[in-house]
Design a protein around this ligand. Structure first.
Ligand SMILES: Nc1nc2c(ncn2[C@@H]2O[C@H](COP(=O)(O)OP(=O)(O)OP(=O)(O)O)[C@@H](O)[C@H]2O)c(=O)[nH]1
Ligand SMILES: [Zn+2]
Length: 355
């Protein structure tokens, strides 16, 4: 496990100072990065805090955006967990520097983010209620593991299919974990499993587990090994229980950070990365209720429903939306039972939400 290098020296306390989080930043797609900059990984984004761990030293810094930010990424969500950033450590002020405990009270050395490296991928969604603003949840992961419950609350096929499309759009591989299998009667287990066969055909593996009864959790550990995996899912599905199981009693920097930044309160907007071993990380994301897809046009949606692939070249109309047109090969395949009706329902449901 990485060494924890926090030291709460008087000098470091002195650099805590009042900073406006609403400060404006000039965005440059490219530029020269100062030789004095340190390269780090953003491991937590908690309220307005960006917590960065230096790649070389593992030192933790609490970072803010500089007046100018070099980033080749899109303007929304300038810095997210998983980003590789370049920071300049703030110079220590003299010991009498005044600081405002409520604004920067975590006790970490502060730094300024001056550049963000290009993201290899990301998980994004539209901010609920703000129909066009994209919100990047996290970047540079390998997998998205969607956690849902078999029961209480039962998994939602519409939501699953939104994640399937978003994962592919964001360049992430996806898998699913169906928790609370202990609540399913033995005779009904196969019925639950049948619902996920369609995803196996799409190359999406599903694990059926019970975190509470510690059933089949080795398969999750095995699956996570060697990758960085985003854990996402609706509130109540058991995501926190699973994360607690996975991290066990290892010391996690981000837990310490959470305690310092929100005094143990549950923050719904925080994203945090945990290390399971040197090559394995999990990224905890806020529980979601709704998930609107970002960066996709209506007419392209069908391309992300891969079971349509063999059929849509056979539709009568080249611009067929597969919703209402006559002689639509996709609709015919649904009627024949060759395309899963639930997946088709998700397609219609999503089609109506896109522009
Ligand atoms: N029966 C059963 N209950 C479980 C299981 N896993 C978790 N729970 C319960 O489900 C509830 C929700 O679990 P959490 O781990 O808090 O779920 P979460 O997805 O993190 O939810 P939020 O914290 O609201 O985001 C808790 O009461 C857990 O004790 C399970 O395998 N079986
Ligand atoms: Zn069609």
């Amino acid at each position: 496990m990485k060494k924890f290098t926090y030291k709460n020296s008087a000098k470091q306390q002195a650099v805590r100072k009042s900073r406006s989080s609403a400060k404006r930043t000039l965005i440059k797609p490219q530029g020269k990065i100062s030789a004095a900059a340190i390269k780090g990984l953003v491991i937590a984004s908690i309220a307005k805090f960006n917590i960065v761990r230096a790649i070389d030293s593992n030192t933790i810094y609490e970072c803010y955006l500089g007046g100018t930010l070099i980033t080749p990424n899109k303007k929304s969500s300038l810095v997210v967990v998983g980003d590789i950033v370049h920071i300049i450590i703030d110079e220590y002020q003299n010991e009498s520097t005044t600081y405002d405990e409520t604004i920067s009270a975590t006790g970490y050395i502060t730094g300024t983010i001056i550049a963000v490296e290009e993201r290899k991928n990301s998980l994004a969604r539209i901010v609920p209620g703000k129909s066009t603003r994209e919100h990047v949840i996290t970047a540079n992961a390998d997998y998205l593991l969607l956690i849902m419950a078999a029961f209480q609350p039962q998994y939602n096929r519409r939501l699953i299919d939104r994640f399937v499309v978003s994962a592919e759009l964001g360049g992430l591989k996806m898998a699913m974990c169906i928790n609370k299998m202990d609540l399913v009667h033995r005779d009904d287990t196969d019925i639950v499993k049948e619902d996920f066969e369609v995803y196996a055909n799409l190359g999406i593996e599903t694990f059926f587990v019970s975190v509470e009864k510690e059933k089949n959790l080795e398969s999750i550990n095995e699956f996570l090994k060697g990758n960085r995996t985003i854990l996402s899912g609706p509130s109540g599905s058991g995501k926190s229980s699973l994360i607690n199981y996975l991290i066990g009693d290892t010391i996690q920097e981000v837990n310490e950070i959470s305690q310092r930044t929100n005094k143990g309160q549950h923050t719904t907007s925080s994203v945090r990365m945990f290390d399971l071993d040197d090559n394995t990380q999990i990224v905890d994301t806020p529980g979601i209720r709704e998930f609107a897809i970002s960066g996709l046009e209506k007419d392209d949606l069908a391309l992300y429903f891969h079971e349509f692939d063999p059929y849509f070249p056979k539709c009568k109309y080249p611009q067929c939306s597969h919703i209402h047109e006559p002689k639509c090969a996709v609709i015919e395949a649904v009627e024949e039972g060759d395309i899963d009706i639930e997946r088709y329902q998700s397609y219609i449901n999503l089609y109506e939400t896109l522009e």
